[in-house]
Write a protein that binds this ligand. Sequence first.
Ligand SMILES: [Zn+2]
Length: 234
Amino acid sequence: MDPLTCSCKKREVALNGSNGAPELLRQLAGGVGPKSQRIRDFVESLRPHQRARCQLFHKFSLGEVRASGGLFRHYNEHMAKVASFDLDHTKVRAPYVRLADLKYTPGGEVISKWDLRVGQPNREVIGTGAMHTFEHLLAMKMRDHLEGIVDVSPMGCRTGFYAVIIGQPAPEAVMDAFAKALADVVAHEGPVPAANPLECGNYRDHDLEEAKFWSRHVLKKGLHVQETILIEGR
Ligand SMILES: [Zn+2]
């Protein structure tokens, strides 16, 4: 097979046959230099918006390398690291929407994970009752404004939520759906859905008023799309 080069990458990556280890995988597995730099290079080379026109990745997703199992595993493992503990929480500016992770299924479908941040990390924190109320309301409300929502779950640090979405919508579309869902929370009247002993594991711990307070807070401040800022020197 002829070496395949990808035009969307800053440097050329040659793939010498489906069994050959492409330069990309070598860089991920080993590589020299600080980890953060390698991650940055990799993410740089496979930016989500570039993926659609990335011949190399497309080639992989068509199954040529699927059989050997390589790229998806490496990519998924690698992105998981980028997604969680390598985000510099001191440099982000809440409230925001951030693409936190992409996972590729063996069939080549993409699942995106979004960081919907309400409170400034280590400065603002949402009460447990309000978090719980958001959990009951947000997934339902966001589904009204965006297709493919699998789940919206509270972050353990209580500063925001993770949304898992089938496909990869534009950040602006996620941001718009989040803002509309928060406006729906503000407008919500009556009992919190499923806040009863039959359908909920801690039905007394809800706080619709505080959920409304944080929703107004976000809408007043205004959301923006936050890039992932990696922790330096890792
Ligand atoms: Zn509940």
